[in-house]
Design a protein around this ligand. Structure first.
Ligand code: LLP
Length: 426
C-alpha cells in the first residue's frame, strides 16, 4: 500500500503531482510520502499490539533525519549500526532508551559514544565482542544491557547477500556456542546479558522462517532460564518484506499473526527492527529521460539516474517497478506488477549514464513509448535507495523531498560540485 497513484494521466504523490516536484527540484530526486511512511509504521505497531513491541526502525534503510523525526514522534525507537547512525538518531530527537546498537564489528569509540548516550541495548554478536564491551564499559564505570544475537540456522529464502540467519554467515552466535557465551558473561560484571536477538535476513517474504527462528529462540530461552539466567527480552529483528511488484509481501498483520501466538505467556519484552517494510513503499526515485537509443534488437531509455542513485538492481538483480510519470490516460496502470503488459507498450531497458554495463534500473520492461524529457518513476525506492547512493563518476547525490498532503518540502538538498571536492581541500 502506498500513496503514489495515477490520476488523469499523471502520477501523484499524495496530493502533489510528481512532475511539479521534479520541475522544481530537478532530477534525479527521491520523493517520500509521509502518509505512506506512517501507515506502514502503524501497521507494525497495530499488528504486534498484543505484545506491545519496541519498534526500533532500522536507520540503515532510510536515514534522513526528518524521516527519523517523524518516526520518533510516533514512538519509534531505532536500530543503529554505527556511531554515525547514533548521531543521526540524536539529531532526530530519539529516545536513547529505545535504541539498539547492532553490528558484527563495533569500534571502541562507537561503543563509548553509545554508552555515554545511554542507549537501551547492545546486540552482541560474539564472545570476543562481549569481552570487549565489558572492557569499554568498565573503563567508563558503566553497566550496559546486552542481547546475544543468536544464529538460528534458518533459511530465510532470500538473496545470499542479505541472508543472515544461516550458520555459514558472519552473523550471530550459533545455538551450540550460545550457552557458553552466557556462562562467560557471568565473569563480565559491567555487561548484563539478559536478552536474545535474531535477524534472519531481508526481505523474508514468508512467515515460516520467523516461526522456526522464534521457536528455536524460545526453546533456548527456556534452557537459559533453567540454567539460572534471567532473560528479559527477545528482539526478533527486521526483514519483513515490501511490495516491489504486486502485493508479494505478507503484511505486518500476517507476520504478527504467525509470530505473536508463540510469544504469549513468555514473560519477555519484545523488540523488532523493521526498516524496509516501513520505508520501501514510502519512496520513489524520479529520473528524466536523456535519450532513447536502439542497440541491436534492444531499445534503451537512458535516464539521468544511475546505479549511483539506486544500486539495488545492479547489486542484487532487484526488481523495481518503473513507469513514466506522465504516461497519459491510455497508459495509466491500474496496478503495478512485473507481468504488466499494456497494449501499445514497447520492450525496453532503463539504464543510467555510468560507465558500467551493470548500470541499469530496469530490464526488459514493457513501457509506453517515451521520449527525451519525459520523467520516469522508479517505485519502492524508499528503503536502501538513497542510503546506498554514491558519488561514483563524480555524480552529486540526489535531493530528498517529503510530501505531506498537498505540500512538499526539500529534506536534503541536491549535492553540488563543491560538495564533491570539499573534503579534498585539506
Ligand atoms: N536488523 C538487522 C540486524 C539488520 O541487519 C537489518 C538489515 C535490519 C534489522 C533491517 O532489515 P529490514 O527490515 O530493512 O529488512 N541493502 C539490502 C538490505 C540489507 C539489509 C541489511 N540488514 C537491500 O537493498 O535489499
Amino acid at each position: 500500500m502506498d500513496h503514489f497513484a495515477y490520476r488523469q494521466g499523471e502520477l501523484y504523490c499524495e496530493n502533489v503531482p510528481v512532475c511539479q516536484i521534479a520541475e522544481a527540484v530537478g532530477t534525479p530526486a527521491y520523493i517520500y510520502s509521509k502518509a505512506t511512511l506512517l501507515h506502514h509504521f502503524r501497521q507494525v505497531r497495530d499488528g504486534f499490539a498484543e505484545v506491545n513491541p519496541t519498534i526500533c526502525f532500522s536507520i540503515k534503510s532510510c536515514q534522513n533525519i526528518h524521516i527519523l523525526q517523524l518516526l520518533a514522534q510516533e514512538g519509534a525507537g531505532f536500530d543503529v549500526v554505527s556511531g554515525g547512525e547514533l548521531f543521526r538518531a540524536r539529531q532526530a530527537g530519539a529516545d536513547m532508551a529505545r535504541i539498539v546498537f547492532a553490528g558484527v564489528g563495533k569500534r571502541d569509540v562507537e561503543i563509548e559514544q553509545a554508552i555515554k548516550a545511554g542507549i537501551g541495548w547492545f546486540n552482541v554478536e560474539s564472545e570476543a565482542e562481549l569481552v570487549n564491551l565489558q572492557r569499554v564499559a568498565a573503563l567508563l564505570g558503566a553497566t550496559v544491557r546486552a542481547a546475544l544475537r543468536i544464529n538460528p540456522d534458518v533459511d530465510p529464502k532470500t538473496h545470499t547477500y542479505t541472508t543472515t540467519g544461516k550458520k555459514e554467515t558472519k552473523f550471530g552466535v550459533d545455538l551450540e556456542r550460545a550457552m557458553n557465551v552466557f556462562q562467560e558473561s557471568v565473569r563480565q560484571p559491567n555487561v548484563r546479558l539478559c536478552g536474545l536477538h535474531l535477524h534472519i535476513g531481508s526481505p523474508v517474504n514468508t512467515v515460516q522462517p520467523y516461526v522456526e527462528a522464534v521457536t528455536k529462540a524460545l526453546l533456548f530461552i527456556d534452557e537459559l532460564r533453567v540454567a539460572g539466567f534471567q532473560i528479559e527480552a527477545l528482539n526478533i529483528g527486521g526483514g519483513f518484506g515490501a511490495s516491489y511488484s504486486t502485493d508479494e509481501a505478507p503484511t505486518a498483520t500476517d507476520y504478527a499473526r504467525a509470530i505473536v501466538p508463540l510469544l504469549h505467556g513468555k514473560r519477555l519484552s519484545i523488540l523488532t527492527e523493521p526498516g524496509r517494510s516501513i520505508a520501501a513503499n514510502a519512496g520513489i526515485l524520479v529520473a528524466q529521460v536523456l535519450l532513447v537509443k536502439q542497440s541491436g534488437e534492444r531499445q534503451f531509455a537512458i535516464v539521468d539516474a544511475a546505479m549511483t542513485d539506486l544500486i539495488r538492481p545492479a547489486l542484487y538483480g532487484a526488481y523495481h517497478f518503473a513507469w513514466p510519470v506522465r504516461p497519459g490516460e491510455d497508459f495509466c496502470p491500474e496496478r503495478r506488477g512485473a507481468d504488466l503488459k499494456l497494449a501499445g507498450t514497447v520492450e525496453m531497458d532503463i539504464v543510467g549514464p555510468v560507465c558500467e554495463s551493470g548500470d541499469f534500473l530496469a530490464k526488459g520492461r514493457h513501457l509506453p513509448p517515451v521520449q527525451r524529457g519525459d520523467y520516469m518513476a522508479v517505485f519502492t525506492a524508499g528503503a536502501y535507495g538513497f542510503v546506498m547512493s554514491s558519488q561514483y563518476n563524480s555524480r552529486p547525490r540526489a535531493p530528498e523531498v517529503l510530501v505531506d498532503g498537498a505540500a512538499y518540502a526539500i529534506i536534503r538538498r541536491r549535492e553540488t560540485y563543491e560538495d564533491l571536492v570539499g573534503p579534498e581541500y585539506v
